[in-house]
Design a protein around this ligand. Structure first.
Ligand code: AMP
Length: 113
């Protein structure tokens, strides 16, 4: 699978993003097509297509992404939010670079569609 996803291009600076958080492991930026008042994506700098490819060696990375998602959600003023990781086309994944959606700022129904 090509590593040149749109998120790889954001990480390399080829494509701009509306950044809200950055560190040596990950980047967080506003989703270009927000599904709620707050819709942020957290992506690892490491090339990882999806959770399907995640390995034991990624344990620390995955924990970091979750903690960053919580930090960013709170920085955005959220008390309640949903963290979503789509895995595979059947789940709605369209960008094959692992990413966490942080969605909040409105009432969220359950179950999701
Ligand atoms: P998924 O469907 O889980 O693969 O989510 C991909 C997300 O990336 C969608 O919510 C898109 O709106 C978002 N997206 C695609 N291109 C960009 C971009 N250039 N900047 C910010 N978000 C993007």
């Amino acid at each position: 699978m090509s590593s040149k996803t749109i998120f790889s291009q954001i990480l390399s600076g080829e494509i701009p993003c509306d950044e809200v958080y950055s560190d040596e492991i990950c980047l967080a930026f506003k989703d270009i097509n927000p599904q709620a008042p707050v819709h942020i994506l957290v992506i690892p700098r490491k090339e990882l297509s999806s959770m399907r490819e995640a390995q034991k060696e990624d344990q620390e990375l995955l924990g970091h992404l979750l903690l960053v998602s919580s930090k960013v959600a709170k920085q955005q003023g959220l008390r309640d939010w949903r963290t979503v990781i789509n895995t595979g086309e059947g789940s709605g994944q369209v960008v094959f670079h692992l990413h966490l959606h942080i969605i909040g700022g409105r009432a969220l129904t359950w179950p999701p569609g």
